[in-house]
Design a protein around this ligand. Structure first.
Ligand code: HEC
Length: 167
């Protein structure tokens, strides 16, 4: 048997794995394709690629801080809406845009797109950031906690740096 016949399947396997981790539909049904979970090394690379101060974020502290959000939010791809909407793909998404989630009028008609800076203000004080919203959460007063939870969310919710080649 020619040598390349053996090599080809070995080369193809990682490519197929990458193909399976494409842009999932942001909402609705459970995805048919297996969800691509980042390895710790991939998370570290993504973290390092974030703009300051998020590249210095502490993912473990972010995970701990996010424990306060979990009562109301899932973050996994295809995860359900609970008291609050699923947050997968939130960066770069228009506020109040999950199709089947019942947002407050304030959030549904808010006209901005979520980025780190918006999220930082939202999490500092949800009530003053967007009066009339229905997220009953007092806020994260500690700036380092907000930095870390935002870094954690970037890594866990399918955020892709704009400059990176499409994977
Ligand atoms: C007590 C439940 C609760 C907790 C705790 C909570 N949230 Fe929320 N969250 C909500 C609700 C409800 C909404 C929808 C607000 C609206 O429609 O006005 C929301 C909306 C959001 C949105 C906007 C999503 C979109 O689709 O536009 C983000 C982002 C968010 N929350 C992040 C967080 C983070 C991060 C934490 C923890 C630091 C957190 N929330 C804690 C209930 C909660």
């Amino acid at each position: 048997m020619p040598r390349h016949a053996l090599v080809a399947p070995l080369l193809l396997a990682p490519l197929l794995a990458l193909a399976a981790c494409g842009q999932g539909e942001p909402s609705t049904t459970t995805p048919a394709a297996p969800v691509h979970v980042l390895t710790d090394a991939e998370k570290a690379t993504l973290l390092a690629s974030l703009p300051a101060p998020y590249n210095a974020g502490d993912l473990e502290n972010g995970r701990r801080a996010f424990a306060r959000c979990r009562a109301c939010h899932t973050i996994g791809e295809g995860g359900p809406d609970m008291a609050g909407p699923n947050l997968y793909g939130v960066f770069g998404r228009k506020a109040g845009d999950r199709p089947r989630y019942n947002y407050s009028n304030a959030m549904r008609t808010a006209n901005f797109t979520w980025d780190a800076e918006k999220l930082d203000h939202w999490l500092e004080n949800p009530r003053t950031f967007l009066p009339g919203n229905k997220m009953t959460f007092p806020g994260l007063p500690d700036a380092a906690d907000r930095r870390d939870v935002i870094a954690f969310l970037k890594v866990e919710t399918g955020y892709k740096p704009e400059a990176a080649p499409a994977a």
